[in-house]
Design a protein around this ligand. Structure first.
Ligand SMILES: Cc1ncc(COP(=O)(O)O)c(C=O)c1O
Length: 427
């Protein structure tokens, strides 16, 4: 089935006992065993079923199947936030002394995780000079265990050549992990282009209403862990933390997600609440429609800003003169995302006046809400970076990031227009 249909139906059949059509919220911590033997069989993974909601929950399981179906993966694990998803995705392939190679255009907190937090736990991150495949290849070494990128960078708006990055990663025997939060599976399915693992902040476009935090890790199911057993012994050797289980033997193509669940979610517990899973499922039902409107409104806003004499520069991949235009045609079908950055004439001070004058746009740090949102990355999401690090991440002191919502586009443009006016008259 197509993505619009999967978003509404996949992962759930009408409940056989109650006939509930909406996905029930299983607000329970634990699940009863029929007997001691039944409990033991569940713990030995000999029978299917639920044990404890830190490991799995029926409401969350529907969300997991739906996100996996949307991305074209074999299985997914949903966790409490997008940040937990990025962290688990990286930890699941690394060990003390190994590294991950990443492009530099990252969401600010992912950058902090990679530059400071993972290294403090013995996993380093080698940053490529750019998102170009040869720059990425240049920093891979024998200790590299994965290549990481955001398919569309937040806030840089760069579009990665997923197919080429997957080729580079596979040439070196490691998986490509793609954060697909900004693009969403409606615009792009990285697994179809060779990505191995996809991560999401469900908090953004997929949930879509700014109400609920959540994250997902999707396993494409194609990476040959056993062929690279030297690099990834965690999948091919008996796991002492789970009575000697060998993930690749037991779970076959879903070994990566199974280990992520059994090792990281079970022991460190970044669990998604069942109510949150339910709310995210409500959001996902309309994601295809919303993204269509986001994209169209984004295009109209970009055209307005580009034609306006008060705007100094605009970074939007939908115009033919964007360096990412060709990649946008290939990977997004020409549907540039509704996330864009720009700077207004008058630099930082004028930008601040503009930002403070917005009325319809909410001033905050979030994206992918139905509402139009504006953010000043240098003072918020990317504040912890040096000016040079910000530059590499696509942020300058005056940058304003817009996440264009699904309101009537004339109202969105009117708000931008009056705020530009206010900034100009305050100069
Ligand atoms: C691209 C990207 N990945 C991950 C995250 C983290 O998501 P969460 O806020 O759900 O932890 C964000 C948040 O803005 C993001 O933009």
């Amino acid at each position: 089935m197509r993505r619009e249909t999967l978003a509404v139906h996949s992962g759930y059949e009408v409940d056989p006992t109650t006939k509930a059509v909406a996905v029930p919220i299983y607000q329970t911590v634990a699940y009863a065993f029929d007997s001691a033997d039944h409990g033991a069989a569940l713990f030995n993974l000999e029978v299917e079923g639920y044990r404890y909601s830190r490991i799995s929950n029926p409401t969350t399981a529907v969300l997991e199947r739906r996100v996996a179906a949307l991305e074209g993966g074999v299985e997914a694990l949903c966790v409490s936030t997008g940040q937990a998803a990025v962290n688990y995705a990286a930890l699941n392939v690394t060990e003390l002394g190994s590294n991950i190679v990443s492009i530099p255009q990252l969401y600010g907190t992912t950058y902090t995780l990679f530059a400071h937090v993972l290294p403090s736990q013995g996993v380093t991150v080698r940053f490529a000079a750019s998102d170009q495949p040869d720059a990425v290849e240049a920093v891979i070494d024998e200790k590299t265990r994965a290549v990481f990128c955001e398919s569309v960078g937040n806030p840089a708006g760069n579009i990665c050549d997923i197919e080429a990055l997957a080729r580079v990663a596979h040439d070196h025997g490691v998986p490509l992990i793609v954060d697909n939060t900004v693009a969403t599976p409606i615009l792009l399915r990285p697994i179809e282009y060779g990505a191995d693992i996809v991560v999401h902040s469900l908090t953004k476009f997929l949930g879509g209403h700014g109400t609920t935090l959540g994250g997902a890790i999707v396993d494409g199911g194609k990476f040959p862990w056993t062929a690279h057993a030297q690099r990834f012994p965690m999948f091919t050797r008996p796991d002492p933390s789970y009575h000697g289980l060998v993930y690749a033997d037991h779970f076959k193509e879903a070994a990566y997600i199974a280990r992520c669940r059994s090792v990281y979610q079970r022991t460190t517990g970044a669990v998604l609440a069942p109510l949150s899973a339910f709310l995210l499922l409500q959001g996902i039902e309309t994601v295809a429609l919303r993204v269509e409107r986001h994209v169209e409104n984004g295009r109209r806003v970009a055209e307005f800003l580009r034609g306006d004499r008060r705007v100094e520069w605009l970074n939007y991949a939908g115009f033919p003169d964007s360096p990412y235009h060709a990649l946008g045609q290939k990977y997004l079908g020409g549907r540039a995302c509704s996330l864009m950055t720009f700077g207004i004439k008058g630099g930082f001070d004028a930008g601040k006046q503009f930002y403070d004058a917005l009325k319809l746009f909410k001033r905050l740090v979030n994206l992918g809400d139905a509402k139009s949102l504006a953010c000043h990355p240098a003072s918020t999401t990317h504040r912890q970076m040096s000016v040079e690090e910000q530059r590499k991440a696509g942020v300058s002191p005056e940058t304003i990031r817009l996440s264009v919502g699904i309101e009537h586009v004339d109202d969105i443009i009117a708000d931008l227009d009056q705020a530009l006016e206010a900034a100009e008259s305050d100069e």
